[in-house]
Design a binder for this molecule. Structure first.
Ligand SMILES: NC(=O)c1ccc[n+]([C@@H]2O[C@H](COP(=O)([O-])OP(=O)(O)OC[C@H]3O[C@@H](n4cnc5c(N)ncnc54)[C@H](OP(=O)(O)O)[C@@H]3O)[C@@H](O)[C@H]2O)c1
Length: 331
């Protein structure tokens, strides 16, 4: 049997990706084969196909770190899943394809009440932000968290999860439209860092005290300003560099006020802690079922427009989640 997949055959511009016909993957003993319904777009997809991501898969490969779908074949050792099960998961790559073989320790059952489109928009963004806020920063109720790039995938998830924890959220983004979106997710304060002076506004909002935690998926110019805004023993979460620039920070800023600069590498963390990952996913699913958080899909692209979908996100236009309908009518 054959399937269609969006293929990267050499590193280069996103526009170079093409949908081609391939043999179906064959699941290994500890894998299931999934008919992909939806794949969500994430910034690492854009980085990976350009050769700018830490993981460089062998060619040809499909990008795609987050999918939902229905199991269509089982590896010989698989006991806990059956053909026809609706699932969601975060493969390391390969999601923009009609079928994908996934290790069972990554596969999570999708409750019947959750639409497949929403299922594709859960794992990576909420997984990263819950790990960052709970496991790394140990964010507490009443603390103040400043979120850069707050309307993006991981940023929006961080707003919702910080709210669940009971923290005060200051959302930062580059347009008023994006900030309105952040407020609709529960941000208490907002800063348009393209129009307003970030340092002055943080001081005003925190009444000179500073923030307890900075969530930073953007990097570049704003990182140092945000780090300097931390209160005594504040924590700066290094999540990513969507601006394209990795800032070089003077270490005296960590000594002063005993600030902590904390790295977040969710992909490596789940490889090292598969059980804790599944616990975090259970917690996230519980929050979704209780309507305490809700992935917001702002744009859905057809499979043939997958290149446009990745370019949409990489060009700073996306808010919340963007998904590609690979085979949306599965069940
Ligand atoms: N550490 C981890 O484990 C982990 C896991 C997942 C993702 N990440 C990283 O987190 C970052 C965000 O990922 P995402 O999927 O949430 O991306 P996203 O949805 O595109 O959000 C990124 C945000 O960054 C801001 N931004 C600033 N300058 C930008 C530029 N030049 N181009 C594009 N965006 C820019 C944008 O907000 P404004 O326009 O408002 O500035 C945008 O909303 C990426 O660097 C990704 O690699 C890290």
């Amino acid at each position: 049997m054959t399937m269609k997949a969006l293929l990267c055959e050499s590193f280069g511009p996103i526009a170079q990706l093409q949908i081609k016909e391939l043999q179906d993957p064959v699941p290994l003993a500890n894998q299931v084969l999934v008919n992909v319904a939806y794949a969500a777009v994430n910034f690492p997809d854009a980085l990976m196909v350009q050769g700018l991501y830490q993981t460089k898969p062998p060619f040809p490969f499909s990008p795609g770190h987050e999918i939902s779908g229905v199991i269509c074949a089982l590896g010989s050792d698989v006991k806990d899943f059956k053909i026809g099960d609706r699932i969601f998961c975060a493969p390391s790559y390969g999601g923009f394809a009609e079928k994908i073989a996934v290790d069972i320790d990554r596969v999570i059952p999708l409750p019947d009440s959750i639409p497949l489109a929403m299922g594709a928009a859960i794992t990576l963004t909420y997984g990263t932000s819950l790990h960052a806020l709970n496991n790394v920063a140990k964010l507490q109720a009443e603390e103040t968290i400043l979120i850069l790039g707050a309307s993006g995938g991981v940023g929006a998830a961080a707003i919702e999860l910080a709210n669940v924890i009971g923290a005060k959220v200051i959302a930062c983004a580059s347009s008023d439209l994006k900030l309105d979106f952040c407020k609709s997710l529960g941000a208490h304060e907002s800063i348009n860092y393209e129009k307003e002076d970030l340092k002055t506004r943080i001081k005003e909002i925190t009444q000179q005290r500073g923030c307890d935690v900075v969530y930073d998926p953007v990097g570049g110019h704003y990182s140092e300003i945000a780090l300097r805004s931390l209160a005594w023993r504040g924590r700066h979460l290094v999540v990513g560099f969507a601006s394209g620039a990795i800032p070089k920070i003077p270490l005296n800023l960590a000594l002063l006020s005993e600030r902590n600069i904390m790295g977040v590498f969710w992909g490596d963390w789940i490889r090292r802690n598969p059980d804790l990952h599944l616990q975090n996913m259970d917690f996230i699913m519980e929050l979704i079922l209780q309507n305490k958080i809700k992935p917001i899909i702002t744009k859905t692209f057809a499979f043939q427009d997958a290149v446009e979908a990745i370019e949409h996100l990489a060009s700073r236009q996306a808010m919340g989640k963007v998904v590609v309908a690979i085979n949306p009518d599965l069940f």
